[in-house]
Design a protein around this ligand. Structure first.
Ligand code: MYA
Length: 211
């Protein structure tokens, strides 16, 4: 939870400028991950690419923050979870999901998962589905005005989830009981639900509710 309580207030126009700067970098690395998995170039080119990438990493490491990114707030208080492995603007591991919020509290996203998310051949890794559902259910909890850590996440894998096909994630909260918020959700492909999830998100002892 590093950074959650940091008081780093950044102006929205500065945030847009940062997004325009870091977004393409992240997208390039995302494409690189896919290329690294699928390339069949010869060993000389692999050695050349390795050397070039070592150089790029040291260029980026010339100046960096200590520790992890956290959830840095803007002046409006909007949190930037840019390092999130699900939605992160600065995380190439993130597919990324672009989340839509409905007025009734439902949260959903359309996305597609490629070679970097493979479990069984040509299918999505079950842990990746869990990661996505944990996040999307957590967003529904947050959108409802609550905040909590995932206490329990239960998944039912109904059908294999395909790679390289259009997918959709959905979540909503079911009920609130004291510090516990119950949420449900799913991942679907064109034929219907592939994974169902239900979660209990708990405001930890000693923490104030989000709003
Ligand atoms: C800043 C925001 C940024 C914006 C981003 C928004 C979207 C983010 C989306 C990100 C999404 C990703 C999110 C992540 O990745 S969160 C990371 C993964 N989760 C964790 O690491 C959680 C680790 N565990 C804990 O911190 C504590 O154990 C928690 C906080 C869960 C409870 O510790 P606490 O000491 O507070 O609890 P208590 O003992 O007083 O019990 C309280 C009540 O809860 C019941 N209970 C207890 N444990 C469990 C359990 N495991 N399942 C079900 N129920 C449980 C218990 O019976 C009792 O019920 P009752 O007797 O009252 O009925």
């Amino acid at each position: 939870m590093t950074g959650y309580l940091d008081d780093i207030r950044v102006d929205p126009s500065e945030i847009a400028a940062q997004e325009a700067l870091y977004g393409p970098l992240t997208q390039s690395i995302r494409s690189l991950i896919d290329a690294a998995i699928r390339t069949e170039v010869d060993s000389e080119d692999i050695a050349g690419a390795t050397a070039a990438l070592t150089q790029v990493a040291s260029l980026l490491r010339a100046r960096q923050i200590d520790g992890s990114y956290g959830a840095q707030p803007s002046v409006t208080g909007v949190q930037r979870s840019w390092a999130s492995p699900v939605i992160g603007v600065r995380n190439p591991i993130a597919p990324p999901l672009i989340l839509e919020h409905e007025p009734d509290g439902r949260v959903w996203a359309r996305f597609r998962l490629g070679a970097g998310y493979e479990g069984p051949p040509s299918l999505v890794h079950g842990g990746v589905s869990a990661l996505i559902l944990d996040h999307v259910l957590g967003e529904a909890v947050h959108a409802s005005g609550h905040w909590g850590m995932t206490g329990t996440l239960t998944l039912r894998y109904r059908r294999p989830t395909p790679l390289n096909r259009p997918l959709r994630a959905d979540a909503r909260i079911d009920r609130v009981e004291g510090r516990k918020v119950y949420a449900d959700g799913s991942i679907s492909d064109e034929r219907g639900i592939t994974v169902e999830a239900s979660g209990i998100f708990i405001l930890p002892t000693g923490y104030a509710a989000a709003r």
